[in-house]
Design a protein around this ligand. Sequence first.
Ligand code: NDP
Length: 477
Amino acid sequence: MSSIGLIGLGVMGANLALNLSDKGYALSVYNRTFALTEQFMAVHAQGRAIVAADNLPEFVASLTAPRVILLMITAGRAVDAVIAQLLPLLNPGDIIIDGGNSHYPDSTRRWQELRAQGIRFVGMGVSGGEEGARHGPSLMPGGDVEAWPVIREMFQTVAAQVDGVACCQWLGEGGAGHYVKMVHNGIEYGDMQLIAEVCHLMRHALGMDYAAMADTFALWNQGRLESYLIEITSQLLRHKDADGSPLVEKILDRAGQKGTGLWTAQDALEHAVPLTLIAEAVHARMLSARKDERVAASQLLGKPTEPVPENQRQAYLEALHDALYAAKVVSYAQGFMLLQTAARQYAWDLPYGDIALLWRAGCIIRSRFLGDIKASFAREPVPQSLLQDPFFAAELQQAESGWRKAVVLAVMQGVPAPALSSALAFYDGYRCANGSANILQAQRDFFGAHGYQRVDRDPALHFHTRWGGDGVEEQLP
Ligand code: NDP
């Protein structure tokens, strides 16, 4: 009998199966297309306690009670379809875990529907790609809390570990796990976009060659920017095509997306959270897709041609480092702002420090920096935002002049840097005690009589001025 059953032997499922097996868990596997199961067994399963099933009744019968079934299949309708096939075969108390990239409202719905039938549902975000799944992913489980004591040891054992702590912590009820995974993916979009913009500025504003760019990222990876994405960027910049030229130069500048960044940006808009940096990253991918239009526009519209003087280039390069770091702080501050807002709406008690911790390894956004975020959430009281944390506030003040310089470089050279610059705009808006919305309120009152509050009166009172008429202000009821 197996202690866990895994459905879906695609890239992630096969690697997670081997990871579970390595850690001593006897498992059963099932894949809709049996040929893939046969191939998996032939290539990988020799000498391992893995049972292959070619139908679901046999698969379910091979599991110890309560049954723990992990789905690693394409998100969406396939998950509902497989759950529907499993239901007649399961008993109350059995556990279904969806480890795919499901949208969190689906996980909330499945948790509710399955709870009504006595089945414990867990929506578990899995990050780290193929390599993470094989050797230690970051896992973000949420759903039916009664499932957690049953599955905890198993998933904390297969997850990535940092200083003896597993990158797998319980996040909350309903769709909490997939919500956190969604925000993780959004942050990943932001981190990737920031790095891409810095690369573009290095190349097209500072005229650096790819080897120098790779060396710079390798150097930065030894400091406070240390992270998986900085490390792989250094490696990919160094990679040569068959003809000896840099491969990245040959890769079409049209970015794909599977939709989790879009979900995060949409969700932020619905929750009224200014998640500008991730939204810019999604927009940048959308603009990248319009290749033909951009090529035509480049011929018509041209760009600034004044080069950056040679003797200023090193200073600009240092500014790019500070801009990348500071914009990253803003991105994470916005991401946690979204998590905090959603947690209030859905009554989740999200463990923010643990979230930072479980992203520290195993996943694409893993970085040294997440340790500092964990420390921020351990403060008493917890700062309202990472931007108000004493450590990050000091870091931002130190990076600020380089950040501004980098944005000026982008503007003057006509090199697009939407994430770096919108992060700075957000920062300036966030630290601005008296913003420009008084003008908006006056405009709204002028054309629509929407009313306004006054800074010198009780904020509960609303006023309207007859701007175009006799100019008299009246108090609204
Ligand atoms: P693959 O495309 O490699 O595999 C998809 C799996 O889903 C196959 O086993 C396929 O079975 C199964 N499947 C699809 N539709 C159905 C269906 N209707 N009924 C039963 N089984 C079905 O996907 P991945 O392994 O890459 O991804 C699996 C999940 O993990 C996805 O939700 C993905 O978003 C998520 N994920 C992926 C990551 C990655 O880096 N690849 C990272 C993190 C999460 P069959 O062989 O019969 O087609």
